[in-house]
Design a protein around this ligand. Sequence first.
Ligand code: FES
Length: 282
Amino acid sequence: MNLLDDAVSRLERWSALDALAEPVRTAAHALVKPRLVRNLLSGIPTGHPLHPVLTDFPIGAWSMAGVLDLFGEPTERAADILVATGLVAAVPTAAAGFSDWSDTQGGETRLGIVHAALNVAALGLYGASLAARKAGARTAGRGLAFAGLGVLLTSGYLGGHLAFTKGVRVSRTAWHEGPTDWQDVGAASELSTDKPTLVQADDIPVLVVHDAGRFLALDNVCTHAGGSLNEGTIENGCVTCPLHGSTFRLADGGVVHGPASTPQPSYDTRIRDGRVQIRARR
Ligand code: FES
């Protein structure tokens, strides 16, 4: 394990952080509870988590401001504009990040609160940098911005760790391709119940619902964070995950409510000789 990995895993295990992280996480959860807010911040309109997309704006603006600051007076006006742009872009980026983080637990929550604190520090340094630039203190303005960039990159490392190592907001069905050929999953008479049934197809758990004389099938693993949809509720042609309340259309797996943003894989169904068969949708 290298030094960075070691430092990050110590943070993950540092339970003293819970005293700060849990109240903030609870407050963040309450703030993003309204459905419209939650759906927007989760990225449902784009079908992808919103936070990673938005981070490009403040990181891009501030890192380019750093490049222009190296050239001094000829590019100082453009650098000032980029510092201000990053400050504006940081607001929605933080909101989307808080929304994602509000569903984490344990070590992810601890890393997330450190990530957020570093971002707040970077925001403060860039705010002070802009104020110094406006006051004509250009050397101080550049110094504060470079300090902010260092904090931002450290925070970015933690954000990358949360996504790529801990899998926060990575679709839990990313590797679920489903059967390419029709597979028998049970007798139609046994699956024709009011209750959703959990079956296996190519080692993938699949939720089968008998609805108005037809069979609908979705991957049972919630794309958001792996909740078991067969333990959720079925209502109005949708299934709601028991973990964080994401709601998916049974007919096509489309996301109706977040925090999930990735649609649930759905499968074609047919009946042959009284048996229900499913295969991956083409
Ligand atoms: S696991 Fe979070 S909504 Fe399903």
